[in-house]
Design a binder for this molecule. Structure first.
Ligand SMILES: Nc1ncnc2c1ncn2[C@@H]1O[C@H](COP(=O)(O)OP(=O)(O)OP(=O)(O)O)[C@@H](O)[C@H]1O
Length: 359
């Protein structure tokens, strides 16, 4: 699967930009603040209808215009798919070809993976950041997972209302009984996913980033000392939850424990190491996708050379060379020197133009 072209209209600082992309490595290059990340964000948005850096769609309209739209053409198994997203204040419209559709239709048709500076929150962020990224990674492999999370949220909201009223323990228990199997399923999915990416991410981390130091990660249940009595524990804490007016356990409170040389990576790894740990996990997800579906999904790498030394960067680029389509942004011209087979786009004040690499 690869993205053949993109056309933006009033998306951030990109006015009417139409770009034809290529398979393999595509570079977006230009000084700071020109629109490289905006271009990657537009690509991510048109496929996922989510931004990787804001949850406020209002930020995306160029200079407060009242409409912004993005179209992209994707090629998958020799078939061509046209994705369009149109944003108006408070409204998102999605189209596959000319047909209006839902986010799940996009998810089931194409996947794109992105790695940006923000992904460091996978290691450094709060448990809620890690859970969100973990869930997004699982959903990129299994679109149905989104439905499971949505069902859990729905029951969780009903439980929250009852907890605020603090007076109907038996109804609350009833809701909990409905919620437990869904919570258990989410936990099983998260654990299974972590198991699947464990080996590949450790191998990628060692091979690309030459970090021989052991990397471990595991799923941590919140407030459940005996995991094989998970369901019973949920029921046991009902009275306590009702008393305090809030849930004390559930997948919305669990965490992903990432350890590096036997310490919490968050407190021990250097900034560059944090970035390589987070990137190794993302690349492992991409490998898992290829194993399942037979091809690497497009990968967007923002500001890739910001914290990687030149040796690690070279190893990463060699690795990416043979693995599907990658779009990479950089502000350092030296990074692309000698990469004669790659495709280069200059980004200058919101305008994108194709360039040739000179020797
Ligand atoms: N809604 C918007 N309307 C107009 N301009 C915007 C909007 N949102 C962001 N910008 C502008 O886009 C520019 C930032 O672009 P972007 O983040 O893509 O930069 P970049 O080329 O990736 O830079 P860097 O190398 O620093 O990461 C800034 O100048 C910012 O003011």
């Amino acid at each position: 699967m690869w993205i053949e072209s993109i056309h933006t209209h009033n998306f951030r600082n990109l006015q009417d930009e139409a770009v034809r992309l290529n398979q393999g490595l595509n570079w977006l290059i230009g000084p700071n603040g020109q629109g490289k990340t905006n271009c990657l964000e537009a690509l991510y948005f048109v496929i996922t209808t989510k931004s990787f850096r804001t949850s406020r769609n209002a930020d995306l309209f160029r200079n407060r215009r009242d409409t912004t739209s993005i179209q992209a053409s994707l090629v998958k198994n020799k078939a061509r798919f046209r994705f369009s997203v149109k944003l108006q204040p408070g409204k998102v419209s999605r189209f596959l070809g000319d047909k209006p559709c839902k986010p799940i239709d996009f998810f089931e048709t194409a996947v794109v993976l992105a790695f940006t500076a923000r992904d460091k929150i996978l290691v450094e962020g709060a448990p809620s950041d890690r859970r969100q990224l973990l869930d997004r990674m699982i959903a990129s492999i299994e679109p149905n997972y989104i439905g499971l999370i949505a069902r859990y949220r729905q029951i969780q909201n009903q439980c929250r209302k009852l907890l605020l009223q603090k007076n109907d323990l038996s109804t609350y228990r009833g809701f909990k009984r409905t919620m437990i199997p869904i919570a258990q399923k989410i936990i099983d999915k998260r654990r299974e996913f972590l198991e699947l990416i464990r080996e590949p991410s450790i191998a990628i981390h060692q091979n690309l980033f030459a970090d021989q130091e052991p990397l471990f990660f595991s799923y941590r249940l919140h407030n459940c000392p005996v995991p094989n009595q998970y369901g019973q524990r949920h029921l046991d804490v009902c009275a306590e939850e009702m008393l305090h007016g809030r849930a004390v356990m559930g997948p919305h409170l669990d965490d992903l424990d990432i350890r590096f040389i036997d310490h919490k990576a968050k407190h021990f790894a250097s900034s560059g190491q944090v970035r390589s740990i987070a990137l190794s996990l993302k690349l492992a997800v991409r490998e898992l996708y290829r194993e399942r579906y037979g091809f690497h999904p497009p990968l967007l790498l923002d500001d890739i050379d910001a914290e990687l030394d030149s040796e690690r960067l070279l190893r990463l680029l060699n690795y990416l060379d043979t693995r599907g389509q990658t779009l990479i942004s950089t502000s350092k011209y030296g990074t692309i020197q000698g990469r004669l087979h790659d495709h280069v786009y200059m980004v200058d004040d919101g305008c994108i133009s194709s360039e040739r690499i000179s020797e």
